[in-house]
Design a protein around this ligand. Sequence first.
Ligand SMILES: [Zn+2]
Length: 327
Amino acid sequence: MRGKVTLYVSPTGGPSPGSSPLPKWAPWGGWCLYARTRLGYLFYQRQVKKARERYPHGHSAPQPCRFPGVKILPIPVLSNNYSYLVIDTGSGRAAVVDPSDPLAVQAAIEEEGVMLEAIFCTHKHWDHSGGNAALHQRHSSCKVYGILHPTSHPKVSVGCLTFEALATPGHTVGHMVYVLDGGPFGGPPCLFSGDLLFLAGCGRLFEGSPETMLASLDVAVGLGEDTLLWPGHEYALECLTFASLLELDNPALEQKLRWVTQQRQEKRSTCPSTLGEEQSYNPFLRTHQPELQAALGMRRDGGEHPDAFRARVLKEVRRRKDLYKAT
Ligand SMILES: [Zn+2]
């Protein structure tokens, strides 16, 4: 079942406070400060500056994806985030997803010569929302979309393109994903997943239960196997390596890991994958698979609802992933 949402259109384009991923190295302590405060915003700004110095051309080589009438341009920002410029090539109108580094996104807008009509914000964390205000200031006629209340089913048009916003809580309470309808250009749907779903991974459960995250991941899977996944971070190598330690005998996983390893050696982006592929190796989408359950040593209790069991499996995979990253 799809989450129902009403989009919040910000009159000012101002970002809501927040941040991600967990900055363990923050000298002044945990992510709550980073997520909620002015101090967090200053920290984010410093990270943007440092990333620009460290990766003057971005952390990965962007590879544009084209369909008749549409161009999707991943923009590598910060140390592992992606913003996406989505262009209706016929009209030159464009939307951007999570423009965390407004300078990098503005450069892409100018290079492409397009008019920015919409900013789609997946969630409040600064490394996704922090560029909204600056970019909106430059493009005052564009609208900034994000979450407010779960009541209706909004769609947003940008030129010939149609985006649908879906509520996908779990990583944060107000997390949203955006789905570009592939119908008008004869292509697959495109899912801009923010920190809900990564290649072989999912976002940390900062503000949601495993049950909530499971339901949100099911919303994504419901979009169909041919859907292209455009995630908020370049985490593929780390996530796949972790997954390969869980499922030791999964040919699809091994094959993807080989490909991703090579891509990353050449600093190439690993997106997009498809949701069909993801279901063959992403442990967070495989909670129903006996192979994964066995690998975790988990069994469904008598009388336990299958979804309750899947949520338990998800919780365990997430716990192990958090430990894996901490080491
Ligand atoms: Zn986040």
